[in-house]
Design a protein around this ligand. Structure first.
Ligand SMILES: Nc1nc2c(ncn2[C@@H]2O[C@H](COP(=O)(O)OP(=O)(O)OP(=O)(O)O)[C@@H](O)[C@H]2O)c(=O)[nH]1
Ligand SMILES: [Mg+2]
Length: 1042
């Protein structure tokens, strides 16, 4: 352990784009400083930090893990992180625990999208970065560049990386300016000027020593200082001065022994970096690998650097092996990287003093409010001690857990002082978590953490000043053991001081993802980490054998805890849905479930995509079609109940898009209002935050938007608009129900017709229930919010109506049979009609998916019943019949009115180098993507393309893109909106031109819409109409002969 109070500790993470060589680099650092856990000869081959089977198999890192190294007097915690997009959450967890970052860039591939992402992550977490340019050997052997060409390439990469960092810096600079200008005084004082002090200094400068050039595979690397030291004596110059000239436009004139700038040098002179660094390197490579190479060069190197290469390796027949042993002795990789790390990366004491605003943002406490000053004082003290990285025993202990990870029980060392004492917990642990043990990946930010210590586990929502109301965010726990991590290996320790990274056992039951641990409850939680993407790929899973359900449930619970990025939910259909960040991530989760957490066979559905069903049109003429409805009555579907008493006519129209969107976005609020909770929830909101009073009441706001949304944009004159608005307002008073589930984006309008028909049947009028709730009808205020009361009122209404009729007050009364039973029956049928509507909108006719953006009017005419039907027991059957008839009629109406399928769309951001634009567009067009814009990123040669990609086409998209562009293009996707497919799924050629193009329809292949529908129907086990063509060629020849 460290005795210097933290000054000799370095917490470093390795960050880079996928496959740029992080784990290979870690191997060499472990071989040289890992205390013998890895042999030198195996370094670069075993990928020690990729200890999971799946990682070895796929050759990519999937999680971040830490290893403690010792270099000279320093103790280092090195965290290797994954570069694959699917695991980018692990980069966040690694960055939070580190103070410095080694950012790797492949010298051949250059800067990639994840390079941007990790630099951003490092910037957010205020890490100090150093640059490692890897795979220099590929410039020599693969690209066969000359030293000068290689130099230009390296300069470009360094420049590009600096450009990215300076963009983040200027972003901050601008926001600082904004905040100063927005301050009450708005003046720029000396103090604020100091704050604005723009750090003009370029971040990465090889001559400063924070850039190294390496070949991780062969284990060699250097910074310019290595060469400066070597040449200093030979050229009779000071090493420091020489170092400054070994990068950039600096030239050495042998005659005068002078170092000059561009002007003083002849056109043929090469920059010093090329002359003194790259050329000798190239010569060694050529001498070793060329069969006719000058072997004397190699001997010279061995001699002048006094390298002791064992005879066995000297005589190695394979020139590559020989080259590797020479290079790794001449320029040992770990020395170059680690000496840079200890010199340029901060120790925890220095780092925490400037990371504190990010770790524990300063809180603004409104003075005068009832804040307990002693609590506040202690919380401030804790913050100060984090800022100072105070590792004294009496300072408060604060630890941040950035993730929980599962480790097989057999890997956990069973020794340790606290084992006996903690036996109870141990048992509970092993019982509930079977063979897996949950460890916390953590860093101590203040104080000393001891095994067996009691701590408070604080969630990110905790506020010590809130007292009682915040109690559910804090728990007390007793730690079991603490380990130093050696990749997979764990070394138990009794106590650890501030500034170290450790694994903690015993927190499994308390933490699911991340948390702050503290020795006092008066402590603010450390700020949450920022994640780059959210999990979007969803599949349903179930055990192959239904009897294994409970094992699967347990497995899912464990997986959810072991992987900070998985989301597990239960769908409306009762399926267990697992959401992952991408396909590789999903595959690993399924494997983990099968092999580790659930240990049962599981069935995984193909990715779940939901669709919606609607009808053609944009809904702009809703009012017009309603108007024409009364004139032209043929436009409906008619159904009759089996007993013939009820005739149901359904007419369907498209809602304007803006209205559908509004209903879709406000389902929760609408659900609350219609369910009678509206006014209640507002009250709660108001009592919680008085500031909301200034804002508009959300219900009023929604009402206004609803009024606006119905007014057609096609209204040209103001007069038109007014008329339109008045008509729409009338319609808004007739909303009977929303569906599906009483709050969806489909509307049921109450019919507006004569109550009594010529044939003596009566119309079930329905009641504008939703309109009343929303307050569109005048009597809304009088409506009791309680729904039971409301239905009571309805029955009352029916009796009043019948009473009036009996008295002969209503005008219809003359035609009404003296008995009013028909009326009350009609009233009771209302709920069946609404239920039928709910069922229909929940599953449309195309593929049983919910309907979207439709307006229905349902006219149900109830006829007088014959004597046989009078028995009350038949009534239940009758209401069922009405419900089914309504449902069928609604579905039939949709089918008759040009049905269309609606699909979900991803918004997709793609980044690519210009040379991959072509292949990238090819992939996009195969995936039915719609490109929105393409632009070049400022300060780099990368192109950014924005596009919409249908969710159904997104599976395998990333893989195809990577293959199509050799990894040159990457995509980031977020769920965006619903979009109707214009295609008619039941397209048959009708017009002359169509028949000419497609024939008579017999040979028309299913179009995209039809294919999507068929796929969903097949998944749901519904009937799929498909022509199975056998012997296609035969049929064709026959046809030709005819
Ligand atoms: N030629 C050459 N290949 C290298 C070098 N360093 C690493 N590689 C190869 O690059 C590939 C990726 O190496 P890894 O170390 O697994 O890369 P990584 O950055 O850890 O990858 P992820 O963790 O999956 O993001 C391996 O095949 C290595 O052998 C190098 O210096 N030269
Ligand atoms: Mg790796």
């Amino acid at each position: 352990m460290d005795e210097s109070g933290g000054r000799n500790i370095r917490n470093i993470c390795i960050l880079a784009h996928v496959d740029h060589g992080k784990t290979t680099l870690a191997d060499h650092l472990i071989a040289s400083s890992g205390g013998g856990v890895l042999n030198h000869r195996l370094a670069g081959k075993v990928r020690y930090m990729d200890y999971l089977d799946e990682e070895q198999r796929r050759a990519i890192t999937m999680k971040s893990s830490s290893i403690s190294l010792r270099y000279k007097d320093y103790s280092l915690n090195l965290i290797d992180s994954p570069g694959h997009m699917d695991f980018c959450s692990e980069v966040s967890t690694a960055a939070r625990l580190s103070d410095g970052a080694l950012v790797l860039v492949d010298a051949v591939e250059g800067v990639h999208i994840q390079t941007h992402a990790v630099l951003r992550q490092a910037w957010i977490e205020k890490l100090t970065p150093c640059l490692v340019l890897n795979k220099i050997d590929r410039l020599i052997c693969e690209l066969r560049l000359s030293p000068m060409e290689a130099y230009t390439r390296l300069i470009r990469i360094v420049h590009e990386v600096n450009g990215i960092v300076s963009a983040y810096k200027s972003e901050k600079y601008l926001s600082d300016v904004d905040s100063i200008l927005a301050s009450p005084s708005g003046e720029i004082t000396d103090e604020s000027l100091e704050l604005l002090e723009d750090d003009e200094e370029v971040t990465f400068q090889p001559q400063k020593g924070n850039v190294v050039f390496v070949c991780a595979l062969d284990g060699w690397g250097f910074g310019v200082s290595e060469f400066a030291n070597f040449y200093a004596s030979r050229l009779g110059a000071k090493a420091d001065a020489l170092q400054k000239s070994l990068w950039g436009p600096r030239y050495y004139l042998p005659k005068t022994k002078m170092i000059v700038g561009k002007k003083g040098a002849g056109s043929k002179t090469k920059p010093m970096f090329v002359q003194f660094v790259l050329e000798p390197l190239w010569q060694v490579y050529e001498a070793a690998l060329d069969p006719g190479g000058d072997k004397a060069v190699l001997e010279k190197v061995i001699k002048s650097f006094n390298l002791s290469i064992p005879l066995r390796e000297l005589q190695n027949k394979d020139p590559k092996n020989f080259l590797q042993s020479l290079m790794s002795r001449w320029l040992p990789l770990s020395d170059a990287v680690l000496s840079m790390a200890v010199k340029h990366l901060p120790d925890p004491i220095a780092a925490q003093s400037y990371r504190i605003p990010r770790l524990v943002p300063e809180r603004k406490i409104i003075s005068g409010s009832d804040v307990d000053s002693s609590v506040l004082a202690e919380a401030e003290l804790v913050r100060k001690s984090i800022e100072a990285c105070d590792s004294s025993r009496d300072s408060p202990c604060v630890v941040f857990v950035s993730k929980m990870f599962a480790m097989p029980m057999k890997m956990i060392p069973q020794g340790g002082d606290h084992r006996e004492r903690m036996n109870g917990l141990n048992d509970e642990d092993s019982k509930s978590e079977s063979d897996e043990c949950f460890l916390a990946f953590a860093r101590i930010f203040s104080g000393v953490l001891r095994a067996g210590q009691r701590v408070f586990v604080i969630s990110s929502l905790y506020d010590p000043l809130k007292g009682e109301s915040s109690q559910k965010c804090i728990q007390e726990a007793e730690l079991h053991s603490i380990y130093l991590m050696m990749g997979q290996g764990l070394t138990p320790v009794n106590e650890v001081k501030a500034g170290n990274v450790v694994a903690i056992r015993g927190l499994g039951p308390y933490i699911s993802k991340s948390a702050t641990l503290s020795s006092t409850r008066n402590c603010w939680p450390l700020a949450s980490m920022e994640f780059q993407v959210s999990p979007t790929l969803r599949v349903a899973i179930e055990p192959s054998d239904p009897a294994d359900m409970s094992a699967l449930m347990k497995g899912l619970r464990l997986l959810n805890r072991a992987d900070p990025f998985v989301e597990i939910t239960v769908s409306a259909r009762g399926e267990h849905v697992l959401a992952a960040a991408g396909e590789v991530h999903l595959e690993r989760c399924i494997k983990d479930l099968k092999d580790r957490f659930a240990r049962v066979n599981i069935e995984v559905s193909s990715p779940l995509v939901s669709y919606r069903e609607t009808i053609e049109g944009d809904g702009s003429n809703l009012l017009e079609s309603l108007r024409s409805l009364s004139l032209n009555a043929s436009d409906y579907v008619e159904k009759r109940t089996p007993n013939g008493r009820c005739v149901i006519r359904v007419h369907v129209m498209k809602l304007p898009h803006s209205l559908t969107k509004l209903l879709d976005e406000n389902t929760d609020l609408l659900g609350d209002i219609i369910g009678g909770k509206g006014s209640h929830s507002i009250k709660i909101l108001e009592s919680q935050s008085p500031s909301l009073e200034e804002n508009a009441d959300p219900i009023e706001e929604l009402k206004n938007q609803l009024v606006e949304a119905g007014v057609s944009s096609s209204c040209e004159t103001e007069n038109d608009r007014k008329k339109c608005k008045a008509e729409w307002a009338k319609l808004l008073k007739r909303i009977w129900a929303l569906g599906p589930r009483e709050k969806g984006p489909n509307i049921l309008f109450a019919p507006d017709g004569k109550r009594i028909c010529e044939d003596g049947s009566i119309l079930v009028r329905g009641s504008p229930h939703v309109s009343q709730r929303l307050g569109f009808t005048e009597d809304s205020t009088e409506i009791p919010s309680d729904s039971a009361l409301y239905s009571e009122a309805l029955t009352l209404e029916s009796s009043i109506v019948s009473g009036f009729q009996r008295l002969g007050f209503t005008e219809d009364s003359t035609e009404i049979p003296s008995d009013s039973a028909l009326y009350s029956e009609a009233l009771t049928l209302e709920s069946s009609i609404v239920s039928g509507f709910q069922l229909a909108t929940a599953s449309g006719p195309l593929c049983d998916e919910p309907m979207w953006g439709l307006a229905f009017t349902i006219e149900s005419h109830l006829a007088e019943d014959s004597e046989t039907e009078k028995q009350p027991e038949n009534f239940g059957i009758f209401t069922g019949q009405v419900m089914t008839a309504v449902k069928d009629a609604c579905r039939a109406a949709v089918l008759q009115t040009n049905p269309r399928i609606v699909e979900a769309m991803y918004f997709c951001e793609l980044n690519t180098a210009p040379e991959y634009l072509g292949p990238m567009y090819a992939v996009l067009s195969r995936r039915r993507a719609r490109v929105l814009k393409e632009e070049m990123q400022e300060g780099s040669s990368l192109f950014t393309v924005h596009a919409y990609v249908p969710v159904s086409e997104s599976f395998g998209f990333a893989d195809e893109l990577r293959k199509g562009t050799s990894g040159g293009a990457t995509a980031l996707m977020v769920l965006s909106h619903w979009e109707m497919l214009e295609e008619d799924p039941f397209f048959v050629p009708k017009t002359e031109e169509e028949i000419e193009e497609f024939g008579d329809g017999a040979s028309v292949l299913p179009n995209t819409a039809r294919k999507l529908i068929n796929a969903v129907r097949r998944r749901k086990g519904l009937h799929v109409e498909e022509k199975v063509v056998q012997h296609a060629t035969k049929q064709r020849t026959l046809a030709r002969k005819v």
